[in-house]
Design a protein around this ligand. Structure first.
Ligand code: SAH
Ligand code: SF4
Ligand code: F3S
Length: 442
């Protein structure tokens, strides 16, 4: 190749950004860029950013401040900002940090190669449109190189739910689903390259309603059944779901589709009906618990996880206790929890805020409870046989590490040929953050 340049991408935020970063690297591959693992080596640096909480957004500016100094030794170095901060703040980013050459929003990644040409001429490039064309159609088909056994695949993007605290409907735009046939083709392609587990991604993945070739809407469950037919694909997961979109066919698939893994991330945010209403979640705590009950009836061993926000404007001690009760009633395998962060332009930002000390104390209590549940869930695996998809070598010689169907990191002594394969493991110990087991010979 005549002109090999080096690209460094740093990814913040959710799994969709991880997927997008991969696709951006592929798109830039067509311009002669290869990916490198440190900013010092790069001719171009892209930060793929997250706007979900204030801290996430501010991190970008401090990183840009550090990266700009690299331009002193390498004046041709280009710096770009992609992702949700790019979408939310646009030109403001270049004003705050003039070293930035390029700003590209999540729906315009297919235009990145043209933008790169523009910045090579010393101009700046900005694109935060929500274009008509489907970026996925314009992104190059994926290269055939072999890759690791797990992959993300975006099936749906954007959100129409407008929770009162959340920037996603503004940064990612309205809900759009990709056609089922394209997803199946991409999944087949990934499997040919060695992928055994695919996690379907969407900001509201279970609101997926893609067009099928026969013209009918395809639900997420129907899409899962189509993927189930792909030989060599052994595991399917999906994230993130909204409780109101847990349809009957999706719940049923958890009981009947062997490839669908028994782990479900189903955020509820709060256990107080008053707060859920103020958050515009459009469901009650009881309705959420009912959904959980139905999922557990379909798949009794399912591991659940969730997201919680504490200190949402107006949250009282009683509201918080209601959240703790919901957590006790659900019993999570893990959960993410956050202190409410005021996001400009969202409805909740206008409301009186909860005292920061109170919110911190609540967060700590909530996290202690979740940790206990997580610990108990992980410990309960000891003595059980699980199936592990081995992803890499462990730190100890001869040991491989992978994930069980319940997403627990699991170590076992196993031969190298099992890398990238699923094998049965008898769990013998539960450590701080992982399980240890012995390979069950088949
Ligand atoms: N679409 C997903 C995830 C959205 S963002 C869903 O609906 O569940 C991931 C998590 O970040 C959310 O579930 C929420 O718990 C948290 N989050 C979003 N906005 C927030 C804010 N303003 N402050 C604190 N946490 C927030
Ligand atoms: Fe944000 Fe709510 Fe949409 Fe999730 S459902 S992305 S929390 S607005
Ligand atoms: Fe963050 Fe955007 Fe994902 S705000 S969580 S990167 S959708």
């Amino acid at each position: 190749m005549a002109d090999t340049k080096k690209l460094f991408i740093k990814t913040y935020g959710c799994q969709m950004n991880v997927y997008d970063s991969e696709r951006m690297a592929e798109a830039m591959g067509s311009k002669g860029y290869t990916e490198v693992s440190s900013p010092e080596e790069a001719d171009m640096i892209l930060l793929n950013t997250c706007h979900i909480r204030e801290k996430a957004a501010e991190k970008v500016y401090s990183e840009l401040g550090r990266l700009k100094t690299l331009k002193t030794d390498k004046p041709d170095l280009k710096i770009g900002v992609a992702g949700c901060v790019a979408q939310a703040e646009g030109e403001e980013i270049m004003r705050r940090q003039p070293a930035v050459d390029l700003v590209v929003g999540p729906q315009s990644y297919h235009r990145l190669p043209e933008m790169e040409e523009k910045i090579q001429t010393g101009r700046k490039a900005l694109d935060t449109d929500f274009p008509e064309e489907d970026k996925f159609d314009h992104l190059k088909s994926r290269p055939k190189a072999k890759r690791g056994p797990t992959a993300f695949l975006t099936v749906q993007e954007g959100c129409d739910k407008f929770c009162a605290f959340c920037v996603v409907p503004y940064t990612r735009g309205a809900e759009v689903s990709r056609p089922a046939s394209r997803i199946v083709t991409e999944a087949r392609d990934l499997v040919e390259r060695g992928v055994r587990e695919i996690t379907l991604l969407g900001q509201n993945v279970n609101a997926y309603h893609g067009a099928a070739d026969d013209g009918f809407d395809t639900s997420l469950a129907q899409l899962i059944w189509q993927l189930d037919k792909i030989d060599g694909l052994e595991r399917i997961r999906f994230t993130t779901s909204h409780p109101n979109d847990m349809t009957d066919d999706l719940i049923e698939a958890h009981g009947t589709c062997d490839k669908l893994m028994p782990y479900l991330h189903l955020p509820v945010q709060s256990g107080s009906n008053r707060i859920l209403k103020a958050m515009n979640r459009k469901h009650t705590a009881e309705e959420y618990l009912k959904v959980i009950e139905r999922i557990r009836a379909a798949r009794p061993d399912i591991m659940l996880s969730g997201d919680f926000i504490v200190g949402f404007p107006g949250e009282t001690d009683q509201d918080f206790e209601d959240t703790m009760s919901l957590i006790r009633a659900t019993n999570y395998g893990s959960a993410f929890s956050f202190k409410y962060s005021t996001r400009p332009g969202t409805p909740a930002a206008e409301k009186p805020q909860v005292d920061d000390g109170v919110a911190s104390e609540r967060l700590q209590r909530l996290q202690t409870l979740i940790s206990e549940q997580q610990r108990a869930g992980q410990d309960s695996m000891v003595g059980r046989k699980v199936k592990v998809l081995f992803e890499k070598r462990g730190r100890r010689e001869g040991q491989l590490i992978g994930k069980s169907e319940y997403l627990h990191a699991t170590h076992a002594f196993a031969p190298d040929h099992l890398l990238g394969e699923v094998a049965e493991v008898l769990i013998t110990a539960s450590e701080t953050n992982s399980l240890t087991g012995e390979l069950v010979s088949s």
